[in-house]
Ligand binder design. Structure first.
Ligand code: NDP
Ligand code: ZN
Length: 355
């Protein structure tokens, strides 16, 4: 089917209107009219080719909310008119041990690709071998298993970031069994960071934001954090040694994690979800002297994402967002690059005209 999106044609290009074909729906597919799409820092990495494997033209967008407008004959989970959501994944083998556990992001087949899953962008359609195109577009065609149900009561104009920023922080919080009394620190108060704070607070944790300066202090407190620690303040960093059970690091660029590791208590976990790629040399000293762990985490599985959507609907948790028009995306990217905003930009897709 013919549709339109915003694409760039090289790492130096801006995003511009782009007409292209989505596949005709297969028996197991739903066709969505996209209503909202969040703007993740990964979208910026992708268009700028920061990960070195972007095929152009490239359409980013992996925090997608839309309405079902067509269903294939085998579709049983969704019907026309349903509000559904799609995150970073659109396919997996559905057969390996990871898929069966509901951890499709670690699909064994998917790991043949560089990023370990069949992405809404970055992935390649297994049937026709064409590159997948993301959610900055009018329509999406997706197999029914990867369309999540958006619970009634969740404000759909704000919920899109739950599909990446939300699940990417929910997954390590759940893996580390965060609950009442867990001491959690979140490095970087951006799109992911604010969700990490809100979700950790909702799980009952004591939450500290670690930010480059104290400029975001009010923002941090307003979303429920107990305090903000400025990483530029050596004295405060020194005073915080041994004080966290879990640190979630969302910094999007190459950075030195050495100053943060001693902030973990014995047996604490440092979960890296931000920078995907090389890090400067660090030392094992804080790991050895304190049995501290460094882990990574990639989004979350479909089952866990549905759990998150239901949890947020029940607890009325939504990201802080700023709604923008599709044609303003190039200015939005400039803002995102500065790293000054603690909220998520969400594109209102009704602003993307079909012609
Ligand atoms: P944002 O730009 O919204 O937020 C990042 C925050 O990091 C900023 O607000 C800022 O917080 C801090 N920061 C920015 N630049 C620097 C810098 N040069 N040095 C130190 N801190 C900095 O990004 P997102 O939250 O959307 O994404 C964060 C990262 O997570 C990206 O790299 C993205 O690709 C990755 N990601 C990973 C996923 C996964 O599955 N693992 C899934 C989704 C995203 P402050 O001002 O408080 O210091
Ligand atoms: Zn993302």
């Amino acid at each position: 089917m013919r549709t339109v999106g915003f694409a760039c044609t090289s790492a130096e290009d801006t995003l511009n209107p782009f007409h292209f074909d989505r596949r005709n729906p297969r028996p197991n597919d739903v066709v969505m009219e996209i209503l909202y799409c969040g703007v993740c820092h990964s979208d910026l990495h992708w268009v700028r080719n920061d990960w070195g494997h972007t095929p152009y033209p490239a359409i980013p967008g992996h925090e997608i909310i839309g309405r079902v407008i067509e269903t294939g004959p085998d579709v049983t989970r969704h019907k026309i008119g349903d509000i559904v959501a799609v995150g970073c994944m659109v396919d997996s083998c559905q057969n390996c041990d990871q898929c069966r556990k509901g951890e499709e992001q670690y699909c064994r087949e998917g790991q043949k690709h560089p990023i370990g899953m069949n992405g809404v962008y970055g992935g390649i359609d297994v049937v026709d071998n064409t590159p997948n195109m993301g959610g900055y577009s009018k329509h999406l065609v997706v197999r029914q298993e990867f369309a999540l149900k958006v619970p009634k009561g969740l404000d759909i104009s704000k919920a899109a970031p739950l599909l990446c920023a939300g699940i990417t922080t929910w997954s390590p919080l759940r893996t580390c069994q965060v609950g009442p009394g867990t001491r959690v620190a979140v490095i970087g108060l951006g799109g992911l960071g604010q969700m990490a704070v809100k979700l950790a607070v909702a799980l009952g944790a004591e939450v500290t934001v670690i930010s480059r300066s104290d400029k975001k202090q009010q923002d941090a407190l307003a979303i429920g954090a107990d305090k903000l620690l400025a990483s530029s303040n050596d004295k405060a960093m020194q005073a915080a040694v041994n004080s966290f059970d879990l640190i979630i690091d969302t910094i999007p660029v190459e950075h030195d994690i050495t100053p943060y590791l001693p902030l973990l208590d014995v047996d604490g976990t440092f979960s890296m979800v931000g920078q995907i790629g090389p890090l400067p040399t660090t030392t094992t000293l804080p790991l050895v002297y304190g049995r501290r762990r460094i882990t990574g985490s990639l989004v979350g599985g479909i089952r866990e994402t549905q759990e998150l959507l239901n949890f947020c609907a029940r607890k009325n948790i939504l990201p802080d967002t700023k709604t923008v028009a599709m044609q303003d995306i190039n200015d939005v990217f400039k803002e995102l690059e500065k790293g000054d905003t603690h909220y998520r930009f969400v594109i209102d897709m009704s602003t993307l005209k079909a012609d």
